[in-house]
Design a protein around this ligand. Structure first.
Ligand code: C2O
Ligand code: CU
Length: 495
């Protein structure tokens, strides 16, 4: 099965798509975006930051947003009417996940019920969470057993595009569908007429359109590029059509929920401006013809002014151009266009004194076609071949196969940290830090973006810079979920 089972005739079919999940949000908010945190940054340097939420009791006047998420087996039509329904694992029977939406400053309270046949937990990806609510089984909580429950109380301090997903055997549970979008609206969000949330995934299905279970522990996937799928969906649907108002200004919130695939996305028939990466506002830049990479777990927010004509979101990471979604303006143009130019602020960078940063070198090694021959695993030196054959481990940090609780370093609360990454492997890795956002320094330049997941190209060296201002045990791992389980991810302790 090739990449994405699509024939060109399928592209002509129209897909009804509007569900409450893709409902449009009319932003009522006036001010152009400005960035509180950039401004706060110098303050962080001067003082020892204290965690706002030492407990997760709601502060008075804090708005509590309640949701229930029930994880269970669910049979849905994923692959279209000519295929049988697919047995999936979903939250609330919702393909693409129930849409959680809240406002900055809210306290999110989610009652999670596990009706799966296996233990599970939920991670709130990109949220600078309270450690006990981070959802990492075996590290921040016990896994919730089948039939069990757990209530997550998550402070939403930052506005932006986030998502949540299973974090117990994530390489299997996410691939079966356990994820959804989490959107936090801010009072300083840019004003738009309509917002659309698009969560993208590539599913690995067998000929009967069932989740390919036989390949779940496939060492070839684990040591190469991870589990790539062949059925490409947006919000659980193939090529959905989104009705939009002609002439309206749209904010597309794009989320890559694939286990492993690095997408490359572009617009056809409209101009897009990228305004946020991983939820965090960036120096705005045009979404170019060749597209922008969106690694697994990453998000990007794109502003688009819709004209009178249909435009498309396309995936161009392979030599095959795939249409991910259509945007279809209605007949009546309700807004004048072109729209007035946006007044977008400059994102200012922190002035970093790297002398004062704690430098933590992380030599990323292993995988197929790499130079790693021997590793330390559970205190023993063994060959990488043996680690692979005996223990299904193929990746390492600094020569050591990492497990979900292996300590990388102990960091003092408030300390500046420079993670000095060197991707000495033949594969890209989307490196994700829990509980913090980081700046990226590449070739001596700090990029004007702040992220929670950064894609390291093969051979690349980069520094991730952050203030460890959130106490607890935090994972740092590759978000190619097969790489994580087979050795690429460990723990920072911040205290
Ligand atoms: Cu999105 Cu450790 O996860
Ligand atoms: Cu990786």
């Amino acid at each position: 099965m090739g990449y994405f089972v699509l024939s060109s005739s399928r592209e002509l079919l129209s897909w009804s798509c509007i569900t409450s999940f893709t409902e449009s949000l009319i932003a009522k908010l006036r001010n152009p975006l400005k960035r509180r945190e950039v401004l706060k940054w110098s303050g962080l340097l001067a003082t020892t930051p204290f965690l706002k939420y030492t407990s997760v009791r709601a502060e008075e006047s804090q708005h509590i947003v309640e949701f229930e998420l029930t994880a269970k087996e669910s049979v849905q039509n994923l692959a279209g009417p000519e295929y049988p329904d697919t047995r999936l694992w979903l939250y609330n029977d919702r393909l693409g996940g129930p849409f959680i939406k809240a406002r900055q400053g809210d306290l999110l309270q989610v009652r999670f019920r596990n009706q799966l046949p296996v233990p599970s937990t939920i991670h709130w990806h990109g949220i600078r969470n309270v450690n006990a609510m981070d959802g990492v089984a075996g590290l921040t909580q016990d896994p919730v057993p089948p039939g069990g429950e757990f209530t997550y109380t998550v402070p939403l301090e930052d506005a932006g595009t986030y998502w949540y997903h299973a974090h117990t055997m994530a390489w299997e549970q996410v691939a079966r569908g356990l994820y959804g979008p989490l959107i936090v609206q801010g009072s300083d969000d840019i004003e738009v007429d309509q917002e659309l949330v698009l969560i993208l995934d590539d599913w690995r299905l067998d000929e009967k359109a069932q989740i390919d279970e036989a390949s779940f522990r496939n060492m070839h996937d684990w040591s190469h590029n991870g589990r790539l799928g062949s059925w490409f969906t947006v919000n659980g649907r193939l090529q959905p059509q989104f009705p939009v108002s002609g002439g309206s200004r749209l904010r597309l919130r794009l989320i890559n929920a694939a286990n492993a695939r690095v997408l490359r996305l572009k617009l056809e028939g409209a101009q897009g401006t990228v305004i946020a990466l991983d939820g965090y506002p960036c120096e705005p830049f045009p979404l170019e013809e060749h597209g922008l990479e969106l690694a697994t777990a990453q998000r990007m927010d794109v502003l688009v002014d819709a004209g009178p004509d249909t435009f498309k979101l396309q995936e161009v990471s392979t030599n095959q151009t795939l249409t991910a979604a259509f945007f279809v303006p209605d007949a009546t143009t309700r807004f004048s266009f072109p729209r007035p130019a946006l007044r977008l602020p400059k994102v200012s960078l922190p002035s970093l004194d790297l002398q004062q940063a704690r430098r933590i070198p992380i030599h990323m090694q292993g995988g197929a076609m790499g130079n790693l021959r021997e590793v330390t695993y559970q205190g023993e030196n063994i060959s990488l071949r043996e680690a692979a054959q005996q223990y299904q481990k193929v990746w390492a940090f600094n020569g050591q196969v990492m497990q979900s609780t292996t300590r990388i370093a102990d960091i003092n609360l408030g300390e500046w940290v420079a993670l000095e990454l060197w991707n000495d492997t033949a594969w890209p890795h989307a490196m994700h830090l829990h509980g913090h956002h980081f700046w990226i320094e590449r070739k001596g330049t700090i990029l004007s973006q702040k992220r929670d997941t950064y894609l390291m190209d093969p051979g690349e060296q980069a520094r991730l810079l952050f203030v460890a201002d959130n106490p607890g045990l935090w994972l740092f791992h590759c978000h190619t979920l097969e790489h994580h389980v087979s050795g690429m991810g460990g723990v920072f302790s911040v205290s």
